[in-house]
Design a protein around this ligand. Structure first.
Ligand code: BDR
Ligand code: CA
Length: 314
């Protein structure tokens, strides 16, 4: 079965890894890359997404520019210290000369959902402002799409920006609240799975060997990111968070989920916390009346990494 997807993204090293993985997967048809601020400002996200399409020879894939600011509050602090000044690990890669699509990211999502009702899976791997805006433009969006998978959150583990919050959700907590509360059951791939599946640096060397163009780009771009993740550790490690929801579409049997009701904190202290009450663990209507989520809580690491390698090798 082929999955039509739209990737909502802020590329970003692990976003790049995920996008190339999707392009290489015969089971996946990428309808567009909708960009959002997050790791970097939105204009850089859009430019980087165009560059990734160029590298992959996929200039047929539309790239749109989306929200530049959180739903509430000032401009975000970007994660240049994780992804480099250019979002690609400071490798000075020549920018694309292609133009972005004139539609906004939210408009594009709504237009595609109306064009292919019931067929599209939204895969959000950045902050959730574009999806929240698409829900405002088209309140029937949950009925129009097949599903939504998100890289974000931390259900039963600590956060990576604050003790309770993961970066994508922390970056736009009000938008996340709108998205998780909408009339769909989000599949959430949070730090519960992504931070418990480190790869060693040889992984990107293998990607480069298997696929000199896309893997070669990943090998160069990831060095800065690997250094960030390897601080205060004895061994070098790397985490490719954003590729998880796409891998799930290709091989769902690699993942385990916990179903529960979810609430997103928007107060300043706990901003971006994704609290999940597994089904049957509370009778409080504050929780039982909240929307359901499927939170990924287990993954077969070795098979997942092999899937990435085999797919890059195609
Ligand atoms: C998430 O935050 C970003 O830095 C990554 O691209 C990923 O989407 C991980 O917390
Ligand atoms: Ca991302």
């Amino acid at each position: 079965m082929t999955h039509k997807i739209i990737i909502d993204t802020d590329p970003g090293i692990d976003d790049a890894m995920a996008i190339f993985f999707a392009f290489q997967s015969p089971e996946i048809e990428v309808l567009g890359l909708t960009t959002v601020y997050g790791n970097i400002p939105v204009s850089m996200s859009a430019r980087n997404a165009l560059t990734l399409c160029d590298i992959a020879g996929r200039q047929d894939v539309p790239v749109t520019k989306g929200v530049a600011l959180p739903w509430v509050g000032p401009e975000s602090e970007y994660a240049h210290f994780v992804h480099g000044d250019d979002g690609f690990g400071n490798i000075d890669y020549p920018p694309s000369t292609r133009e972005v699509d004139p539609r906004s990211s939210a408009e594009f999502i709504v237009e595609m959902a109306r064009k292919y009702p019931g067929e599209i899976t939204l895969v959000a791997i950045g902050p959730l402002g574009n999806i929240a805006l698409a829900l405002r433009l088209e309140p029937e969006l949950p009925k129009l799409v097949k599903g939504i998978s998100i890289m974000g959150g931390a259900a039963f583990v600590p956060g990576n920006v604050t003790p309770v919050a993961e970066a994508n959700i922390w970056n736009d907590a009000y938008a996340a609240d709108i998205v998780f509360s909408a009339d769909w059951e989000v599949k959430m791939f949070g730090l519960d799975v992504t931070l418990f599946a480190p790869t060693d640096p040889a992984f990107v060397d293998i990607l480069a060997e298997k696929n000199p163009v896309m893997g070669g780009f990943m090998q160069k771009a990831a060095q800065f990111y690997i250094d960030f993740y390897s601080q205060n550790r004895d061994e070098k490690v790397c985490f490719f968070h954003d590729a998880f929801p796409i891998a799930h579409l290709v091989k769902p049997e690699l993942f385990e989920f916990t179903r529960g009701n979810i609430r997103i904190s928007t107060d300043e202290l706990n901003r971006g916390q994704t609290v999940v009450a597994p089904v049957g663990t509370t009778a409080s209507p504050l929780w039982t009346e909240a929307q359901f989520v499927q939170a990924a809580t287990g993954v077969k690491h070795e098979e997942l990494f092999q899937l990435f390698i085999d797919t890059y090798a195609r």
